[in-house]
Design a protein around this ligand. Sequence first.
Ligand code: LLP
Length: 429
Amino acid sequence: MNHFELKGGELACEDVALSTIAAAVGTPVYVYSSATLVRHFTVLRDALTGAGLKDPLIAFAVKANPNVAVLRTLAQAGAGADVVSEGEIRRALAAGVPPERIVFSGVGKSAGEIEFALKAGVAEINLESEPELDLVSAIGQRLGKRAAVAIRVNPDVEAGGHAKISTGKAENKFGVSLAEAERLYAKASNLPGAPPVGVACHIGSQITDLAPMEAAFAKMRALVERLRGEGLSVERLDLGGGLGAPYFNAPTPPDPADYAAMIARTMKGLGDIQFAFEPGRMIAANAGVLVSRVQHIHERPEGRKFLVLDAAMNDLLRPAMYDAYHDIRPVNPRPSDEKGGEPVVYDVVGPICETGDTFTRDRALPPLKAGDLVAFMTAGAYGAAMSSEYNSRLLVPEVLVKGDQYAVIRPRPTYDDMLAREANAPWLS
Ligand code: LLP
């Protein structure tokens, strides 16, 4: 469930009409609902604790939506942060996430980033390879700060979903095999600067079937038991993120209660262990929309109708990158739309100079005209997070709503801001 509904005949985020925000901030603009963010976090936490997993660490995957105000909203609800760079650690800290609720993941952490994480006192560093283990231990020893580490395992299961976001097969770059994990865990326990506290896995994103997760989690459980059998202590099991969000035309993602029940079943009798999770999309996707204005409708005499928006692939990359489907709704539907008036089939495109800047082809929508506002639904995760200034378009602004209040949480820069970031080369003066 989310908090984007028709109110007084127009699409609103909680109690604020999207047209009010569009008029004040301009378009394109991302709009997030605090209530939806908190609700999704709470639903997941209650499902996990309700299934008997005590005190789970739910570390929101910052990459899904790194805006500090969004992170602060979640931190105040009790969320931790799953981060993959120094920038994300800084964002999480700026948002008030306690370091002991920060998990540092990622395939290629630099020495500088590891040092920063150690000094910040993050809860856990998830290691993806042996060189990384050696590096973390050496830096930990040099700084006199022992980082609690977890070994990220690649459980070699097919999670389904788009190939570009599937991570759990042996051919993907993430983590080490189960056998390697056992060796590295034992090695880490003998190193001076990297005491192992747990094992971690994350098999992909937008997963809509619990079976591959269950298969992976069963392998993780067996690994914990083998490690413990060797006399090693395993205090934490990080099961990653990956639960899908409902994108309207896609398979319905599993209910968090079923996800939690599956974990409780798979882990029954494992003994004392803290579970950690790294959800991104299931918390943020439905908590955000991208509002855009129709520039004009370009109608080809041969029949194709292009709905040309002021948003483009630089603002919302997912359709171009993953062929992702986002529901598109008129912000101010006309009474005839509600009566199921005759839809029009559009190709919905942005102004960028490449064919990839097509949000969707042959989409049946209510009739629209220049100046109308539309909302791309389910855009709160990996939306603004992946935006850029391609074609020198200004970075898209973000707005956070709470009840009947809203605040601009990332203003649209000016063209001067954009140009001021660059410098001349002396020989060009
Ligand atoms: N943990 C790790 C180690 C990850 O790599 C990811 C996502 C997550 C957690 C969060 O996964 P989630 O719960 O959001 O599925 N840009 C793509 C998604 C990339 C996901 C990358 N890793 C998209 O727009 O679909």
